[in-house]
Design a protein around this ligand. Sequence first.
Ligand SMILES: [Zn+2]
Ligand SMILES: [Zn+2]
Length: 276
Amino acid sequence: MKYDGHTHTEYCPHGIVEDTEQLIQKAIQLGFKEYSITEHAPLPPSITEIAAGEPEMWTTASMDLNDVDNYFKKMEKLRKKYASEIVIHIGFELDYFSEYEAWTTDFLNEYGPLTDDGILSVHFLPGKDGLRGIDYTFEEYQDGICDFYGSFQKAQTLYYQRVLASLQADLGKWKPTRLGHISLCQKFEHFFDEATDYSVKSLTVLDKLLAVVKKENYQLDLNTAGFIKTGYQQSYPQAWILEKASILGIPFIYGSDTHSLETVGQGYAKVEQWLN
Ligand SMILES: [Zn+2]
Ligand SMILES: [Zn+2]
């Protein structure tokens, strides 16, 4: 059964969705029977104290806290309207910040009861002057994170350590159990002059991560947005990681990660073989 488990809406400030209804209609046309609406959850308000890099990266990163109620109202309406054609789930793509676990748990305790799916992602890491972005721009990732730690591979290890921390964090009963695009640290790999393959340390953390994913019955977002990123052109995670994960019996859920009408259902055929 065709299922898209990772999609965005008009509530995302860095997307170009006009109306989520158009995306749902297109998904139905493409034969999807199940569809998760997973808008970026609001960031903890006090993140401004440690947010560094371009201010625009932070102001456009997620849905506004004041929009959450309207988000649920609108998406619930669409769920009902299209119920005979497609099963719609509503939730968040939630950012993990080890610095704000208490706030995140409170947020989930308040809104989690309105959700029936979700994704847990890492888009930021501590870096130069504070928290910096992993997938915003090549310059942001290079200057703010890789140069700060000394190399691409050192940043890579830290990224996987933080994804592992997100999995192990106690965020309460509403915590999402699907990890989003777990190789996001590679998004700009082709733009770097230095080594970007996986270091021995990164591989060790990755193997631990996959083992814990399996043990905790988590799922992986098989995210196809990477195919159209010029610095990457693969799925998140890459095929060789999918191979490792499938040997362990980890379930993958397709995620278009669409932020526009044009990219609904993108790359589905390319990853279909991996879907259970
Ligand atoms: Zn986004
Ligand atoms: Zn994401």
